[in-house]
Design a protein around this ligand. Structure first.
Ligand SMILES: *Cc1c(COP(=O)(O)O)cnc(C)c1O
Length: 223
């Protein structure tokens, strides 16, 4: 099956209210164009440098989603580049986003990434630190939180649903409260192996890489 066919099939089966992001990390500009040409406009990259390399070679109406861990020293490249940052996970990063976006007089739309499985090796905010981050977000002038993101621990269906449910609870809890600069629009959960469960558990934004583009070759890309 071709990349374009993969995209078309997934898109056809997807409820219209679910936002599909094609995760193009390690993939070539040519492959990205194939998905663009059949109508996809939302693409996800996990590294700022890789996004910078691809950005100029691709159409301007692409909405780029930064889905990977973001180092503070890379934030300065983002104000004119990125549509949505999925990986806000610390006050330090929040302050840097506020600073760099204010310089360009642009507002950053971001999701708070939660380390829902409390995995040591994973980035994302610990849930215990959420209240503190939220009160800092309320002080910002150039940051708007649009929802939540997570990558869940590897596991079977039961385990996946357990973590997705937990995310949905946090999402609903915040939806029912009022905070300055925060509106719960997107719940970004679900990847190639588990997106169907994620949608059933309340996701409205899924991030699919291998399901569209095929396996990633990390050797070639040194990624
Ligand atoms: C790579 C990646 C994805 C896509 O993974 P697939 O399993 O190939 O769909 C989604 N989200 C994040 C944060 C990623 O890094």
């Amino acid at each position: 099956m071709s990349i374009a066919e993969n995209y078309n099939i997934i898109k056809k089966e997807l409820p219209s209210e679910i936002k599909l992001i094609a995760v193009s990390k390690t993939k070539t500009v040519e492959d990205i164009k194939k998905v663009y040409d059949v109508g996809c406009r939302d693409f996800g990259e996990n590294k700022v440098q890789e996004l910078l390399n691809k950005y100029d070679k691709l159409p301007e109406d692409i909405k780029w989603h930064l889905i990977g861990h973001l180092q503070t020293n890379k934030v300065k490249y983002l104000p004119n580049l990125v549509y949505l940052i999925h990986s806000l996970d610390s006050i330090k990063l929040l302050n840097e986003i506020e600073k760099q976006f204010s310089k360009c007089n642009k507002v950053a739309d971001v999701l708070i990434q939660i380390n829902i499985g409390k995995e040591e090796a994973k980035t994302g905010l610990n849930i215990e630190d959420l209240d503190e981050l939220i009160s800092e977000v309320e002080k910002c002038n150039f940051v708007k939180v649009k929802g939540l993101m997570a990558t869940i621990p590897k596991g079977n269906e039961e385990s996946c649903r357990y973590y997705f449910k937990k995310m949905k609870e946090i999402f609903d809890n915040l939806t029912n409260k009022e905070f300055k600069n925060i509106s719960m629009e997107y719940l970004s959960i679900g990847m190639s192996g588990d997106y169907e469960y994620a949608i059933e558990e309340g996701s409205n934004m899924i991030r699919l890489g291998s399901k569209i583009f095929g396996k990633r070759n990390y050797d070639l890309n040194n990624n």
